[in-house]
Design a protein around this ligand. Sequence first.
Ligand code: GUN
Length: 298
Amino acid sequence: MVEIIDGKAAAAAVVEKVTAASAELATAGITPGLAVVLVGEDPASQVYVASKSKRAKECGFHSVQHSLPADTSQEELLALVESLNSDPAIHGILVQLPLPDHIDSGRIIQTVAPEKDVDGFHFINVGKLGTGEIGTAFVPCTPTGAMLLLEGVRGKDLSGLNAVVVGRSNIVGKPMANLLLAANATVTIAHSRTKDLPGLARTADILVAAVGRPGMINGDWVKPGATVIDVGINRIPAPEKGEGKTRLVGDVAFAEAEKVAGAITPVPGGVGPMTIAMLMANTLISAYRAAGKEPPAL
Ligand code: GUN
């Protein structure tokens, strides 16, 4: 029987631990602070940012949201990031991506203080992850959440297992590959230029899909018994629900893949809820580090 991995339950368990640890910090007079910055009116980003701010409040955090107009200049955004860098009440800074085209995203990301970079996008944090210094790094939220789900199925040590990550983005594919490697998996990163992608995918005991193409990974790409982690969140038309309606699907053709996989994450309700939970975890960790305290295991 295939195991449908319950990301909602796993995320709720993380949030519960974060909330308890946050209450514990409060007894020492410390409140974890998260600042989320949104530039422009992208509807999907607005929904994500509102959920992040709301969840931060639920965890007992000091939660600040900066919503700036689409024509905000790069200088104005840099000035805001710098003021958050020097604000002792803020432990985590997240600038929602994508930013408008006139802003150099790389410049903004590298301006966030590495010790407040709860997204894990700063070169210092990318470098720490790449060299195995995970204990002092911030690791991007989506791959960290995906690893936690994988751990629930396969345990912490992936020795002897082949992992194939489809997708090479800086936000998911590359950090995911590094985390799998740190857990002793044998890792291949595949992408649009890979030869015989289906054949390669069929070698995977752990198959991670992070490409952003609805249903691209068919059931016959999946090795029998494999653990399939679907990171894709794609909105597609759903005329069966009514005119103009949409629904969310992953990068994996779920109905086919669940017949072959040993365990699989659904979309929605798989990796998605873990992203925000791990953002809360990273913010909590940052507050512990700032206080010179050892962060709890989550
Ligand atoms: N846009 C989509 N995913 C993310 C993320 O994990 N962090 C930020 N900052 N923006 C995103």
